[in-house]
Ligand binder design. Structure first.
Ligand SMILES: Cc1ncc(COP(=O)(O)O)c(C=O)c1O
Length: 364
């Protein structure tokens, strides 16, 4: 029997990093600290209450979750413009991104990004029959803003996506560069939206701003966040986005009805109510990151400046050998980024000590 598979999907493997039981899982930028018992109890209580009404479909517009997300993001990024109507959410920012592509992409349309960047971006484009185009970042992985502005003029994209901090490099985008992208987007015939993917925003170094502060003045800007990283809630699957109400209304058109289950909504609301406890280790992770970067540089590696909970380092002549050598010692990192580079997520001090000793052994 022949399955009528879309020709562009034939032979493709599903996306995903290895999920292995090892001592130090440092490959998908998770928060290494499990939620504390007090938060586990709060989530369990909220989910139990939601379970009493599971015969009914959930609130399609998840208004109380959107209110809680608006309040959190307004406080975190010092933007008082945000209300429930400015917030969208879905099952991870992966699904938020898919909604963006469904709303603004499609056949004959282009999405532009700057490589190296998050490896799921081409997949959202593929799945929505959108053309995905990248222009290269500078050697230090910052954006060459003149080249980026020229790329927008050249490709006339319907959407520009920039991750800040960027994955896999950790590079954050200065606000004047986001403003320059917005100005270039405003010149695109037919319109262009700019999406700043701030999945790792809470890990940014002091003084590094969030693009959320630009939201009031820019109806074609969206800032995407997730509870998967700083919130230690990757398993809860909750990503969200902030934008003007008209922007959100377009996303509401393409979502499946009831896409956020009552269990997900209850979990996320309970987690938001306890965001301080959940994020208690964010400062520790930032300090561990800075120490890891310093240590790697002291060993002679080049390390990209990072505002995220991971570091990209290299170069290695044979990065696969180093990856395998670390894995054999119980340390799982990620082969990603340009040839010769590796990415390590920041774990607990014990996990990072194991990473350091394993790397010294493998490269001795
Ligand atoms: C830049 C970036 N955006 C989005 C995501 C998706 O995260 P989630 O779907 O868990 O919210 C990730 C995950 O690693 C990421 O690195």
């Amino acid at each position: 029997m022949t399955l009528p598979i879309r020709p562009d999907l034939v032979g493709l493997e599903p996306y995903g990093a290895p999920q292995l039981e090892v001592t130090a899982r440092l490959n998908v930028n998770e928060n290494p600290y499990a939620p504390p018992n007090s938060v586990v109890d709060a989530i369990a209580t909220a989910v139990r209450k939601a379970a009493e009404g599971l015969n009914r479909y959930p609130d399609r517009d998840f208004l109380s979750l959107r209110q809680d997300l608006a309040a959190y993001l307004a406080a975190e990024s010092h933007v008082d413009f945000l209300e429930a109507r400015n917030i969208w959410a879905a099952n991870g920012s992966n699904e938020v991104m898919l909604h963006l592509h469904q709303a603004f992409g499609g056949p004959g349309r282009t999405v532009l990004s700057f490589a190296p960047t998050y490896s799921m971006y081409p997949e959202y484009a593929r799945d929505t029959l959108t053309e995905y185009v990248t222009f290269p970042r500078s050697d230090d992985f910052t954006l060459d803003i003149d080249a980026a502005v020229a790329a927008i003029a050249e490709t006339s994209p319907a959407m520009v996506i920039v991750a800040s901090p960027n994955n896999p490099t950790g590079t954050a985008l200065p606000l004047d560069q986001v403003e320059a992208l917005l100005a270039a987007a405003n010149e695109v015939e037919g319109g262009c939206v700019v999406v700043v993917d701030e999945a790792y925003a809470e890990f940014r170094r002091r003084g590094v701003p969030s693009a959320a502060s630009l939201l009031p003045a820019h109806p074609n800007l969206a800032v995407s966040r997730t509870m998967s990283k700083a919130f230690a809630l990757a398993g809860g699957r909750l990503g969200y986005l902030a934008a003007h109400e008209e922007f959100i209304d377009v996303l509401r058109v393409v979502r499946l009805p009831y896409h956020l289950s009552a269990v997900t909504q209850a979990t996320a609301c309970a987690a938001l109510a306890h965001h301080r406890e959940l994020q208690a280790q964010v400062d520790e992770i930032r300090a561990e990151r800075d120490e890891t970067v310093d240590w790697l540089r002291a060993q002679g590696y080049t390390v990209a400046d990072t505002d995220a909970n991971f570091a990209l380092f290299g170069p290695f002549e044979d990065r696969e050998r180093v990856f395998q050598g670390l894995l054999a010692r119980g340390v799982l990192i990620r082969v990603t980024g340009p040839e010769g580079w590796l990415r390590v997520s920041i774990g607990t001090p014990q996990e990072m000590a194991l990473f350091r000793s394993a790397l010294l052994e493998v490269t001795a």
